[in-house]
Design a binder for this molecule. Structure first.
Ligand code: PLP
Length: 355
């Protein structure tokens, strides 16, 4: 198996052009603060010992202020700024019944005083009672959202809700699933700049950063941000929680291009061999826990006092531990785990933790 690493990537990155002059300075793009930043980044002492090296670090994007936070909060700092600039009267978004993105969007909309309309579908039909009984879905209700169900496909319902709000004069602002467009993904360029500063302070030079990937805005923004702000040698490893590698690598390229459209960065700035997704830890599919993911949640809970989730970060952690233990990563030096949030979902999935 080929895993992108510092050595494998050196040629590709060394060959990339100097940062092109962009039509917009990054800091001129409107962003609104929705949580106090930076989030913490620190060494996981016990997990490092357990694995026997290299040094393992964690970036705590699970600790934020929008109703338990997570990676979507950074994306919403750009998306909601755009909605307010456009004088929108309502936010529309979509996701699964236990979508962390939807929960954070409901929270952000409430915070900035906008109505929030959310279109939900059920990705795991046999778990309907559990998925509707607690966790993110329960929080959506507490956050005052208008909820619509669309198990036969969210697209047409989203269109209908947007049309109805438009004819009512509400000028709705539509945020795509996961906020993974050119605007939302800027949140992870911002996170990348934050990380570069923290790594300098800690005097580390990570060889790899791991993130769970689904709609690919996090991976695209992180990769673009690292390279744009001057990091040439940290490989971004996306661990798929849903689709096959080819599809997510293609999708990551599409999101990178959307970021280029927003910022004016040249489309060839990120080379194809700098985009890497691993799809070997999905298990039976999106929203379906794996035994290794559940075990990783227990390991990190008991050894680091950190709660991961069964849909995203547990699978990503199981991948990181497995690739390290099997010595498959190229020259791992300091390895960073991006905790993208999601812990509210442990409640609907509680049955998977009974042993
Ligand atoms: C949405 C989400 C991801 C995936 O991020 P994308 O930008 O959609 O790829 C990872 N982890 C958690 C907890 C999420 O909610």
């Amino acid at each position: 198996m080929k895993v992108a690493g510092a050595v494998a990537l050196a040629g590709a990155i060394g060959g990339c052009a100097a940062v092109p002059r962009s039509k917009v300075a990054f800091d001129d793009i409107p962003r609104m603060s929705l949580t106090h930043l930076p989030t913490a980044c620190y060494r996981m002492e016990n997990l490092t010992k357990l694995v026997g090296g290299p040094d393992l670090f964690i970036k705590r994007d699970d600790v934020m202020e929008l109703a338990h936070g997570g990676n979507k909060t950074r994306k919403l700092e750009y998306a909601l700024a755009e909605a307010l600039n456009r004088k929108s009267g309502a936010i529309v978004t979509q996701g699964g019944l236990q979508s962390n993105h939807v929960r954070q969007t409901c929270s952000g909309a409430a915070k900035v005083g906008l109505e929030c309309h959310v279109i939900l579908s059920n990705p795991v039909p046999e778990m309907k009672a559990e998925l509707m009984g607690s966790g993110n879905y329960l929080m959506d209700q507490l956050l005052g959202a208008h909820i619509y169900f669309a198990d036969d496909g969210r697209g047409p319902v989203v269109e209908k809700v947007l049309a109805d709000l438009t004819s009512a004069g509400r000028n709705p602002y539509n945020i795509p699933a996961g906020a993974s467009n050119g605007i939302g993904s800027l949140g992870y360029m911002n996170a990348a700049r934050e990380l570069i500063g923290q790594w300098q302070e800690m005097a580390i030079r990570p060889s790899h950063i791991f993130t769970a990937t689904g709609s690919c805005g996090t991976q695209a923004g992180l990769l673009m941000g690292l390279r744009y702000f001057g990091n040439t040698d940290t490989a971004v490893v996306g661990i798929s929680v849903s689709a096959r590698r080819d599809r997510l690598e293609t999708r990551t390229r599409e999101v990178l291009n959307m970021i280029c459209d927003e910022t004016g960065i040249a489309k060839n700035f990120i080379k194809d061999d700098d985009i890497y997704v691993n799809d070997e830890y999905i298990g039976e599919g999106y929203g379906r826990p794996t035994d290794a993911g559940i075990a990783a949640i227990r390991t990190v809970g008991a050894n680091e006092g950190v709660i991961l989730d069964p849909v995203y970060t547990g699978k990503c952690m199981s991948a990181m531990l497995d690739l390290l233990q099997r010595r498959i990563l190229d020259n791992p030096r300091d390895v960073v785990f991006l905790h993208t949030g999601g812990a509210p979902a442990i409640h609907p999935y509680a049955d998977f933790f009974r042993s």
